[in-house]
Design a protein around this ligand. Structure first.
Ligand SMILES: [Zn+2]
Length: 461
């Protein structure tokens, strides 16, 4: 007995050691690929860096046998579109997987370490773009490579869209949704830039988020003009005063509260999880979303979720210290609730500003006006089941972003977009997206890959 047990035990140990080594090798390879991707500084205005990244990614797709890779050169950047054709076509439309290759500029002198040098510290991977959105991008690539290697036979085409200007103009997503539509047309898209989880330090899951709506971004220019004159003879009419009054009116103004599927889902989860005063407040808002007083209280705690918000962000005026101003201008930045038109907000700003100030929407500033993507039980269930391979019973929470992603360009052109990601971070730990010392939780980075694989088996298997 002893002999047999020890042989079994020895055998088990050998297998465990081999398995451990295989996992280590795999983890190291994933990390190395991620490091290479992070170390290419794909910042706006550096087309050669985008070329380096698309060359690397194309080679990685080809390595996995995905040979249909198109790289579009456009607007000073690049967009990569790859297609894995259905092995067992079911007649279903393709699905689209989204990420962006570009990153926000990073000033080396402000960072603790050089932003474009990949490093590992205390369980985190650091580097500009590590979080937004190169972890998601690398996760998609690795999941597809592993699925190919294990012989997965998709029942529909799987298309990948990696854009190169999400942080700036969104031209890649806009062109993809329109002029390159035949290359990316899909039943729906999963956007890695707008989904993922948060886990408490003790391992309990807070939630995995699924973005289904985005506010519209729009800038407005408020201009007051005046005939001016000598400042030794002031008059009641004054461009700076007129503009200041308009801005004060805006400061006091509150747009009417609104609710949709995305914010309702978020608030319902919050109400269920909070038995205190905050939970009570949320319940009151859910019972009557038009109740301004409740909405105002909520808005003060959780900015941007109950309505359109506008804020003065820049101001300039006058031309000399001793002259009455001939012109004063302000920029007002608005985050508009889905369903409200950019021009409706302009009209309201004009009404607030009075006749001495002209309000114009700044051309080219706005992201598309979009309606929330309708919730689909099958997709939410697939999301939950995929996350459950790692975190049992983790909630999946639909939400609305205050900012805009590439998803807006697809939604506004009729492709439903669901924020999806297996990546997770740690509740209360800063990740520095767009800011300093950007980082991603290493366990979340590696852990996302099997979650993506399971999702793809479920939606394309
Ligand atoms: Zn992003």
């Amino acid at each position: 007995m002893i002999g047999r047990a020890s042989i079994l035990f020895a055998g088990f140990m050998a297998i465990a050691a081999a398995h451990g080594q295989a996992t280590d090798v795999r983890t190291a390879a994933e990390r190395d690929l991620f490091a290479k991707i992070v170390e290419i500084p794909t910042v706006e205005g550096r087309p050669a860096e985008f070329e380096k990244l698309t060359t690397l990614l194309t080679a990685e797709f080809r390595k996995a046998g995905i040979n249909n890779v198109v790289v579009k050169d456009h607007d000073g950047t690049q967009t990569l579109i790859a297609r894995w054709p259905a092995a067992k076509p079911s007649g279903m439309k393709p699905i689209l997987l989204m990420a962006h290759m570009d990153v926000v500029e990073a000033k080396e002198s402000d960072w603790k370490y050089p932003p474009f040098k990949f490093r590992e510290e205390g369980g985190w991977y650091l580097g500009r773009g590590s979080n937004d959105n190169k972890a998601g991008l690398t996760g998609i690539l690795l999941a597809l490579q592993y699925l190919r290697a294990e012989g997965f036979a998709p029942t529909r085409d799987i298309i990948v869209l990696f854009t190169g200007d999400e942080e700036t103009t969104g031209n890649g997503a806009r062109r993809a949704a329109t002029e390159w539509r035949s290359l990316i047309d899909a039943e729906f898209a999963l956007n890695s830039d707008a989904g993922g989880g948060s886990v408490y330090p003790d391992g309990r899951v807070e939630a995995f988020g699924m973005q289904i709506a985005e506010k519209t971004y729009a800038d407005y220019k408020l201009t007051a003009t005046n005939r001016g004159g000598h400042s030794s003879a002031p008059r009641p009419d004054n461009a700076i005063y007129a503009l200041a009054n308009a801005i004060t009116a805006l400061e006091r103004h509150r747009f009417p509260p609104m609710i949709n599927d995305a914010t309702r889902a978020t608030y319902e989860a919050l109400a269920a999880g909070d038995k205190g005063q905050y939970g009570e407040l949320v319940k009151r808002f859910l019972a009557d979303p038009k109740d301004r007083e409740t909405a105002d209280l909520l808005e003060a705690m959780d900015t941007g979720s109950t309505r359109t918000r506008c804020v003065a962000t820049m101001v300039s005026g006058g031309h000399a210290p001793n002259a009455l101003p001939q012109k004063a201008e302000a920029n007002v930045n608005c985050r508009i609730f889905p369903g409200v038109k950019v021009d409706e907000i302009r009209e309201q700003l004009q009404a607030l500003s009075g006749p001495d100030v002209t309000v114009l929407a700044v051309e080219g500033s706005q992201t598309p006006e979009t309606a929330p993507t309708p919730l689909r039980a099958d997709i939410t269930e697939a999301f939950k089941a995929s996350v459950a391979t790692r975190f049992k019973d983790a909630p999946v929470l639909p939400f609305q972003s205050a900012g805009a992603t590439d998803g807006a360009f697809l939604r506004s052109n009729g492709i439903p977009v669901y924020g999806f990601g297996g990546l997770w971070g740690i509740v209360g730990q800063k990740e520095g997206a767009h800011g300093l010392d950007e980082r991603v939780w290493a366990e979340g980075f590696h852990g996302q890959i099997p979650i993506w694989m399971e999702m793809l088996r479920r939606v394309a298997g």
